[in-house]
Design a protein around this ligand. Structure first.
Ligand SMILES: [Zn+2]
Ligand SMILES: [Zn+2]
Length: 113
């Protein structure tokens, strides 16, 4: 199955859709529909190049870039505790920016609204 989320610019395979989670840190979708669904990456799925950016910041906050074209792909924040719009406190700290990535055409799990 080709379920990789790709860099919009260079088609680099960022991460498999199955390795991403919702804002609640799992497969469940937030009941608060007033905000856009985002794609989060749980700690168990960090790629080495994402981890490198995180370590460079000493696990504080920052951005990570595509390893091949340097396109900004997302942000991370280990400083402020993750909080969903609905008030639940388990939002993973690494977020993919939907405007910079391409979702696979299948199996998107309603993550795009
Ligand atoms: Zn790229
Ligand atoms: Zn929520």
């Amino acid at each position: 199955m080709n379920d990789f989320i790709k860099c919009k610019k260079c088609r680099f395979n960022i991460i498999n859709v199955s390795q991403t989670v919702s804002e609640h840190g799992d497969e469940s979708v937030c009941k608060d529909s007033n905000h856009t669904q985002k794609l989060f990456i749980p700690e168990s799925s960090y790629s080495s190049w994402i981890l490198e950016a995180i370590e460079k910041s000493n696990w504080t906050k920052g951005k990570f870039y595509c390893p091949t074209c340097q396109n900004k792909l997302g942000t991370f924040d280990f400083v402020s505790s993750g909080k969903c719009f609905c008030g639940q406190y388990c939002v993973p700290s690494v977020i993919l920016m939907s405007s910079k990535i391409d979702y696979p055409s299948v199996n998107v799990k309603n993550l795009i609204s």
